[in-house]
Write a protein that binds this ligand. Structure first.
Ligand code: NI
Length: 184
């Protein structure tokens, strides 16, 4: 089932989510929520979705970056469930990158993120996950992790002047980057 996405201004987006209890994970209701979150993320072409974005204040997110024929070099990330995630930076290095958010439609902004993070969480069946994520993968996880704390990418921007309407961003940023990337 495709779930309704809460937008910025709805209090759930600014509420710190609660931890998922281990007993909740195998329940039919919780497993259905996971399926619905995946369906909702794919429906709206998101690369991640956190439970507060579908009005559920739980520490839970799904991420997936599918292969995109228009951007064959974009990194792909397999479907991953992150329950009660904890993250730590592996170094102080940050990188700036463009982000958008299903709860803040039609905008893009430049956001600094840790380049490399260690992620500890529980997976779909409650199994422990412990891995290192880098670059875009690390960015997506940090974005979703913030949602669980009631934060959004706007809070992390160093300069609000990079904020752009999606259509203008595609015209002036993506096309400029594509020209730069063209081989000589
Ligand atoms: Ni978001």
């Amino acid at each position: 089932m495709i779930l309704k996405v809460a937008r910025l201004g709805h209090p759930v987006i600014r509420t710190r989510a609660r931890e998922v209890a281990a007993e909740e994970i195998p329940s039919r209701e919780f497993q259905r929520l996971l399926d619905d979150m995946v369906e909702t993320m794919r429906e709206y072409n998101g690369v991640g979705l956190a439970a507060p974005q579908v009005h559920i204040s739980l520490e839970l997110a799904v991420i997936e970056v599918a292969h995109n024929l228009r951007y064959p070099d974009a990194p792909t990330v397999p479907l991953t469930f992150l329950i009660n995630p904890r993250i730590e930076a592996r170094s102080k290095e940050t990188v700036d990158g463009w982000e958008g958010c299903l709860s803040i439609p039609e905008l893009r902004g430049l956001v600094p993120r840790w380049r490399e993070i260690r992620v500890q969480a529980l997976g779909r069946k409650g199994e422990p996950l412990d891995f290192v994520a880098r670059d875009f993968h690390a960015r997506v996880i940090q974005h979703e992790y913030d949602h669980l704390k009631g934060e959004v990418y706007l809070d992390r921007m160093r300069d609000m002047r990079s904020l752009a309407h999606l259509a203008e961003w595609q015209r002036f940023v993506v096309e400029a980057l594509a020209r730069e990337a063209e081989p000589e």
